[in-house]
Design a protein around this ligand. Structure first.
Ligand SMILES: [Zn+2]
Length: 509
């Protein structure tokens, strides 16, 4: 067998186990029956730990290969590498995972206390969105900080420290670089972000003042006003819809872009029931062949957001060539998130909502346009959560006060505003615990989409990509989906846009 064929065979072995793993988790998440998830996880780890395999991969990496084969081998080598570092690092990795799980249990089970009453995270979200009482919204918003001290007490700072040690043992400068290397990104792309955000702040303030004045009678809005105002602008998001017809709605929507869902093997399980997981997921059982969507929706229009998003993920996986297992392993998380977001963005577009509104479309059109414009300007503030997390790994931290001080330092630097409390809410964000240095994927996916729409509009001479949805579908397939495993994210971005990645699309109109 030639060298590369041997490596492809290893990829196949991994994929077969992965199919079993995804089928088992699908059953577990949809019914609660566990037919052996742990056992299959163990088998997968054994393949990664196989020293002969890793040697063969490293050997093949040294051979002269054509560009795509080289990429295939590099992708699998990167996946194997963490399993072949020193014994100490492997042990540290286990300790990190244990700490993550311990902290996640606290996050999942913690109940906030507001005026002696226990409230869940979902209740907080609901109150922030709907309560006209501003004092109550403030109280609820700040209540999320109640978990900070408990997370510190249970070892959040130890977790940060262990991750820093791991990165050092791995041979990079810090944990941020370690995570970014795995994603084929460099920290240099974030260098200009602070300045870029500061440039947009006056525009954000101006917009906030208009809506603040209109909906809460105060031009200076606070973080606890943001969601309430959004819900006021477009109340249609909360209107009831008949979800029994969801498949036809999705099919019609995707068909407008040239993608016929009925030609693919895609399964939906979208209504809540006992023993089923409460969140939304995509299960790519086998890329290019079998994809399943898990969701939990009721009867509200905004719930289509999740359905469109997960179906978008599903379509991406179904459009891949099932035979090219190794390249498929190398698709950037940013590209995956971006492609899914292209679809959930349609929630506010006529091409989608016209399926629900029988009479005059002008009111909804008007309200959604306002909402979109506001969201577009506002999304850059998300960069705070990204840069604040970077600070965890660049500073020595000994106490909750240390982290809170970092929070306000960043906050003042980006937004030029004073602290509004001693203990700001941050530890409630699960990514910091479970998926470190990960939040940028959403923002960068969003930027990628802006770039795609912009490039398409330019080459096809339209003002909106929605004038030619079918052509846009083909454009995205050719430019993004087809080559998505073949290049690292930054290279793919540059190939499509002709320019290096930047926040440009976030800061320009
Ligand atoms: Zn997603």
């Amino acid at each position: 067998m030639s060298d590369i064929k041997k490596i492809i065979a290893i990829g196949k072995e991994l994929e077969e186990l992965d199919v079993q793993h995804t089928e088992l988790t699908w059953v577990l998440y949809t019914t609660g029956f566990d037919f052996g998830v742990d056992a299959i996880n163990k088998k997968i780890t054994q393949v990664y730990e196989n020293k002969k395999y890793y040697d063969a991969i490293l050997n093949c990496q040294k051979k002269k290969l054509d560009l795509l084969d080289k990429r295939r081998v590099d992708i699998i080598a990167r996946a194997f590498k963490p399993y072949h570092l020193s014994k100490e690092l492997a042990q540290l990795d286990l300790k990190i995972k244990k700490k993550e799980n311990q902290l996640m249990k606290i996050l999942n089970q913690y109940r906030y206390n507001i005026e002696g009453r226990e409230v869940r995270s979902t209740d907080i979200y609901q109150i922030l969105k709907t309560a006209p009482d501003r004092k109550l919204r403030k109280k609820v918003y700040l209540a999320r900080a109640q978990i900070n001290q408990l997370m510190i007490k249970t070892g959040f700072l130890d977790l940060i420290k262990m991750r820093c040690d791991y990165a050092q043992g791995y041979g990079v400068n810090n944990f941020i670089e370690y995570r970014l290397e795995q994603e084929e990104l460099t920290s240099a792309i974030f260098d200009e972000w602070v300045n870029e955000v500061r440039k947009v702040i006056p525009k954000i303030r101006e917009m906030q003042a208009i809506y603040g004045e209109k909906y809460i009678g105060d031009p200076v809005t606070k973080p606890w006003d943001h969601q309430y105002i959004g819900a006021q602008i477009a109340s249609q998001l909360n209107s009831t819809v008949d979800m029994s017809n969801f498949y036809n709605i999705l099919k019609t929507t995707f068909l407008a872009f040239g993608f016929d869902l009925s030609k693919y093997n895609i399964t939906f399980d979208i209504f809540p029931r006992r023993n089923k997981s409460e969140w939304c997921y995509i299960f790519p059982v086998q890329k290019g062949r079998d994809v399943r969507v898990l969701a939990n929706v009721g009867n509200r229009y905004h719930e289509y957001f999740a359905l469109l998003h997960e179906t978008g993920h599903g379509l991406h996986f179904l459009l891949l060539d099932p035979k090219d297992i190794l390249l498929n392993m190398g698709i950037s998380g940013i590209i995956m998130e971006g492609f899914a977001m292209l679809w959930n963005d349609l929630l506010y577009e006529k091409i989608f909502y016209k399926q629900f509104v029988e009479d005059d479309l002008s009111t909804i059109d008007n309200d959604f346009t306002k909402l979109k414009t506001r969201q577009r300007i506002h999304r850059i503030t998300l960069i705070f959560t990204i840069l604040f997390e970077f600070d965890f790994y660049r500073n020595k931290l000994n106490s909750l006060t240390d982290i809170n001080n970092l929070y306000w330092k960043r906050y003042e630097e980006l937004f030029n505003r004073e602290p509004y409390t001693d203990n700001p809410p941050w530890a409630y964000i699960p990514h910091y615990t479970m998926a470190p240095i990960h939040i940028h994927q959403g923002s960068m996916g969003d930027i990628t989409n802006d770039m795609l729409r912009h490039c398409f509009e330019k080459v096809s001479g339209v003002t909106s990509y929605l004038e030619k949805p079918r052509e846009f579908g083909r454009f995205v397939f050719e430019k993004v989906i087809k080559p998505s495993g073949a290049y690292p994210y930054l290279e793919l971005f540059k190939r499509i846009s002709g320019e290096p990645f930047s926040l440009k699309y976030f800061t320009e109109d």
